[in-house]
Design a binder for this molecule. Sequence first.
Ligand SMILES: [Zn+2]
Length: 417
Amino acid sequence: MGLKAEASRVGSPTVREGQPTNQALPHGRASDTNRGFIDSVMTVEKTLAQLVAVDSVSSRPNAEIISYLVARCEAAGFTIKRFPHTDENGVEKINLIALAGSEFSGPPTVELALVGHTDTVPYDPVWTEALRLTEKDGKLFGRGACDTKAFIAAALTAIDSIDLSKLWKPLALVFTADEEIGCLGAKRLAQAQLFTARYAIVGEPTSLQPMRAGKGYCFAEVTVRGREAHSAYPGLGASAIFRAARLIGRIEQIAQKIKSDRHAGFDPPYTTLNVGVIEGGTAKNIIAGECRFTLEWRTVPRQDSDYVLNLVREAVSEVRKQDPDFVCEIDAARADESFETSSDSELVRFLENTAGKGSGTVAFGTEAPSMIALGAEVAIFGPGDIRFAHRTGEFVPVDQLNDCVRILRQAIERFCL
Ligand SMILES: [Zn+2]
């Protein structure tokens, strides 16, 4: 059955997940998704094909994929609420909460939240099948197939098989905007305290290994000032590039020093630091008047996000002792906290037992801190391997996709039934 099933079928999908298809997958154009999209037999693969068919790169409005998610959740019996806002480029973005077993009167408290981001990273135009889910050798290829539409497809398929009238405790599906550009949607939800949750599974590609801790992500832009002059007369100027180089030398020493604060379980087991971009000066024969560089650091849990920043400020003071005119501005633009959920957490233990894998840690940024701000114990979990995300030919293994449906269904039964 193609994706152009009649609208009259919406509302009574028969679910038969767990059977990888041998056939060519049905594909949808983005424009198909708001019409009669629910097939009489919605498998998790078809759901993923429909999600991938919607271009939801972070720079675009996400209304189309939200419409799809609304229709699916309403068909499954959920109450939905959209939380729209306009991003800094004037583009409308929507966070969506689908709720069962509770109402939107006052911020609801849910027992379990399944959280997936609706946006993807951009795709190379030469990848002509980026929006057309393609199966090969037990793998499903497409932009977002791994990160993180596979988790969303698994969650949508899992809820189809749950009898919501039997829920004892509220369940929420939370779909966020702009995760790939700074977890911005989840941060808005946390700031507004739109709900609270006891447990949250944040969908990210972890190869179905529950991840119970993650490094923080901090970012600053550093601007070092100098004084322009003709390069033939160095005494008339002060090179911002030489000054920045002295500071960066000290920052490299900081990167070494912080290795001693170790947190077992992470690879590498310490806070890492990177100067990723540097630019400055205007011509080869001009003493540079300004030099800017980026500074990024990923903190291990229990280390304050200000710790590295304070060390850098100390380094600035040291440099200034030898160069009283040293001028430097540090714009600390981002400080996403690390997180760590106890290995004794019921959620972590459940996922370990059900997935048959011990818990681990992630070094990349996630929406976990926002869910913690909403009261939740959090695990990061989902099908696909993060090492294959964010690249042309991103994929999710079919068996993991189907396993995820089973595990999420069992999670709902365990925590909400
Ligand atoms: Zn992701």
